[in-house]
Design a binder for this molecule. Sequence first.
Ligand code: GPU
Length: 807
Amino acid sequence: MPDMSIPPVTPQDFGAEILRHLKHSLGKDESHAALYDWRMSLSLALRDRVVDPWFESTRKTYEARGKRVYYLSMEFLIGRLIEDVAINLGMEEVAQAALAELGQDYAKIVADEPDAALGNGGLGRLAACFMDSLSTLGIPAYGYGIRYEHGLFEQHFENGAQMETAETWLAQRHAWEFERPEVSYPIHFGGHVDEAEGSPVWHPEETVMASAYDTPVIGWQGRWANTLRLWSAKPITAFDLASFNRGDYMAASAPEALARTISRVLYPDDTTKTGKELRLKQEYFFTSASIQDLLRRFLSEGGDLAELADHVAIQLNDTHPAIAGPELVRLLMDEHGLDVARAISTARRCLAYTNHTLLPEALERWPEELFQSILPRHHRIIQLIEAAHLADSGSAVRIIEHGEVKMGELAFVMAHKVNGVSALHSDLVKETVFADLNRDYPGRIINQTNGITPRRWLYSCNPPLRALINETIGTAWPDDLQQLEGLSAHAGDAAFLDRFQAAKDANKARLADWLKARDGVVLDPAAMFDVQIKRIHEYKRQLMNLLETIALWNEIRENPNGDWTPRVKIFGGKAAPGYVVAKEIIHLINDTAKLINADPATRDLLQIVYPENYNVSMAEILIPAADLSEQISTAGKEASGTGNMKFALNGAPTIGTLDGANVEIRECVGAENFFLFGLTAAEVTARRAEPNYARRAVEASPRLARVLKQIESGVFSPSDKGRYSGLIQGLLDHDYFLVTCDFDSYFEAQRRVDTVFADQAAWTRMAALNTARVGWFSSDRTITGYARDIWTASSLIASRSSRKDVA
Ligand code: GPU
């Protein structure tokens, strides 16, 4: 049922709006329009319809004088927006019909949109899902980040090895944003602090401008729209005319080039932090601009700084924006005259911090010297923060230690709440990385289990299943996902299960068609689609998946007439360009695929597929088509996972460890509908203490030993037999992620998967129960939790259920 706030429009009228943009915004007529022109015209016509709800939301926010949430994130992994906006506005069918009448192919136009890949993986995609839920829930909020000129690199395979090229989403105009040249702030770097007169003065060496670009984020049924405000770096002086006139053209454009560097490119490191100076500048750049912007907004409404925390909630998405603490303290002290203690306590009441990993290599630390040279004033302020923290809490935990500034500790100390992203992860945060601070600040660490937006990750990406759910339980589920529980009642109904399976089959056929057209790869849609898509990382153990694949290949070859369940192993994901082992794993997957896929003895039973350049749009095709979800990280290492939720929601049971949110997913779907294997987090820790655990595990498993020998001896790299000897030796010498120890348990769990999959009715029932029981993993539930436990922010729209009462 369309919402009253969106005026209904006919395909004819909407078609006229598209044509108006074609003529007046693109300067084309129908006979000259290219695909790009149609896409832009459709996008601009849709954007027009977002503007009124957006203004209305802003007006209500000003009137309410309540709290705004500011979500600071280095990454927003948005993906495409045409379908997202059309669906949230309830205009999908109108848009399709309008374009059909204009003789244009809607699907082709949608697929022409570049993926906005301003993020690496889970953390960035979570931020995008949160923006969607904040709007759907009607919580006044701004997302703040960087408008990278180049998003995450594009991945190509050359003879199986990953190659990277620059991504260029802004090469064509971005249809959804509004440039705000009038909204800009100076951002300073370097120089020194002059403390001669008692009150310190920062004399920076370098200044750039942060210039705003706003993208409206429309919620479900267009009831509310928030703003994603991304900052682009611009020079303070555009162009040095004197140099130009002297004939020195390089020098003339130097200030511009220097400034632009800051928002030029997204760092492609997922979870590992490289400690590069430019990265610190990026972090400070967007954080300072955001803090200046929210303070200006607050003060322009006549706010009293003593009440800042009643109007401002700032959420730090990991430590990347942790400089927000000292920056807010700096502005409160240096520009608004608060004393240190007041400045710190005011800032702390505004700030909260989300931790997304326990991996030591991901905890940001900056060499103190580098930090001080770029942010001398903040260095001093952090010393003040540390002194206050040590004195007030009696804690012994330092923020600056051994010549390093520790951003995790800084974020923790400056936050009134710190949260982990799954139940297990939050417990481990308390017990490990922040054990001491947890004792010093009891109750500060809480849990908020991650979630995903059901609008993009079911309604939009899975039309066949959407239709079946609508017919079965009605249409109120997209913003009240626990209603999916109503599907459980149909899990014994053969007709329902047939239709559920038919939806899955349609999605598998769609994937097969897409892969055929894109890569020329042919899939058997009757085979099990076994999917592992995520960043390539040793802890995520794509290598273990591949070792199991090779072991299976060996066994099929030995017993070709056995009762095998045909499988397609699908991998997708990028490796950080500097992550050597991850790139070796990619190479090995591709080398193995080449050999196994060409084996006539097993070809109909086992296939490996690794499409290049996995991204959000590819996930939207792969996830609905998956039969099995691979969530096989070493227990204790995956903070939450969110892909795991997307697969379960789309009816793909999980094979997985007791890690991250897998634990909670298994509780929801029932242990009998989840393929569990492997060591627990506690067992992992214990096993690491045992001498030679990897070699002993290999000795105990002839199946694994054989596979490792094959790889090491060059079976899969005949032209370069030694290619993987380092990788295999590494596994035997220091298998930190316990691939060897979990291998047998994983292999055995896969055989249980085979057995259930062979019983189609049992499998479909299990798949349907997964969909029915994971409604809790909606990011609407997650955001409701943040709003209640961290922000004390409220919705400014009537809730869905009370709207139902009115209707
Ligand atoms: N995560 Br830290 C990232 O994607 N990038 C990072 O830099 C860091 C964490 C992920 C976690 O690995 C994943 O388990 C989690 O679900 C996701 O953040 C969102 O919380």
